[in-house]
Design a protein around this ligand. Structure first.
Ligand code: AKG
Ligand code: FE2
Length: 313
């Protein structure tokens, strides 16, 4: 059993505490905002996740390892089949293109006020989105940062996770350490963070491990710096691009449904990028005029694109 940890500062806020939310995320790399979405929106998002996961199968995780990326590029368009029942965590990384409910958040003022506040009230661009369908019995999501270096040959994740965007997750069925919840390491969001006592970063800063311990991402929650988060349906969990996080195994009884939107600061695209898919184009065209500035440079995400392919946009 885990206890809710107290920190010497407050990290849970009401949705109108805009300055405090930004200050906490800037200073500590995360914040939790209570009651951002009303029950109707929570229900619409849950319905949309169930509907979309029933129809298609994306098996991988957003923090893709190269091996998973290769597997996904072949599995990407597969239809759900009975064997897929064995997969306990499914992630969809084009959810906003399929979900009117998620897209509608871009015109939901209480939420967008928080988004704009996080970036100092400058304009933002839709960067990426996700939905996760996590069944009871799902295992640990090892500690990682979503940030990746733009070095050597890299993929779309590295491009999208190098913009200063922070992640905005809604755990629509609530979340706690017992039910596949998120844990973070406060203050791990800065460029010079090197791990905590007794631990060191792994290659390319992807995870951490005990000094001298074997390689691979750390998958335990047994260190003092670990902060398990608790959230209820409608709450928003924000964390910075570099903040280290891990996911507890799901020992609860209800499928965990979550979705995320992530905006990057400013209105611009990328110098080097993959061509937009038809689905991405359709999604952009379908958005109302007031949302166009936010989506005009949205790129979607290609699993097959690599930086050495020279596919300039
Ligand atoms: O499942 C979660 O709560 C977080 C997932 C995550 O960290 C990721 O997809 O990169
Ligand atoms: Fe992650």
């Amino acid at each position: 059993m885990y206890e809710k940890r107290l920190l010497p500062y407050r990290y849970e806020f009401n949705r109108d505490e805009l300055d405090a939310i930004k200050a906490c995320n800037d200073a500590h790399g995360f914040a939790v905002v209570k009651g951002v979405l009303p029950p109707e929106l929570v229900e619409a998002l849950k319905h949309s996740i169930r509907e979309n996961f029933a129809a298609s199968l994306h098996t991988s995780h957003v923090f893709l390892t190269p091996k998973l990326t290769e597997e996904l590029s072949t599995a990407e368009e597969e239809e759900a089949d009975p064997a897929a029942e064995e997969i306990t965590t499914r992630t969809m990384v084009d959810f906003i293109e399929k979900s009117d409910a998620l897209a509608s958040l871009m015109t939901y003022e209480p939420y967008m006020k928080i988004v704009h506040a996080l970036y100092g009230n400058q304009p933002v661009t839709l960067n990426r989105s996700a939905a996760i369908y996590k069944k009871p019995g799902a295992g640990t999501g090892p500690w990682h940062t979503d940030w990746e270096p733009l070095e050597g040959v890299y993929g779309a994740n590295a491009v999208l996770n190098n913009t200063g965007a922070c992640s905005n997750w809604f755990y629509l069925t609530g979340v706690s350490p017992e039910s596949g919840g998120l844990a973070i390491v406060p203050d791990s969001h800065t460029e010079d963070w090197q791990g905590f006592e007794g631990f060191e970063l792994t290659e390319n800063c992807r995870s951490f491990k005990p000094v001298g311990g074997s390689d691979g991402p750390y998958d335990r929650f047994d260190f003092a710096e670990c902060l398990p988060l608790y959230a209820e349906p409608g709450d928003l969990v924000i964390f910075a691009e570099r903040t280290f996080h891990g996911v507890f195994p799901h020992n609860g009884s209800e499928t965990r449904l979550s979705c995320a939107i992530n905006f990057r600061p400013g209105i611009s695209g990328f110098a080097e990028c993959w061509p937009r898919s038809e689905s991405t184009e359709r999604f952009i065209a379908s958005q109302p005029p007031e949302v166009q500035p936010i989506v005009q440079h949205y790129t979607g995400l290609s699993f097959t694109w690599k930086s050495d392919q020279g596919e300039a946009k």
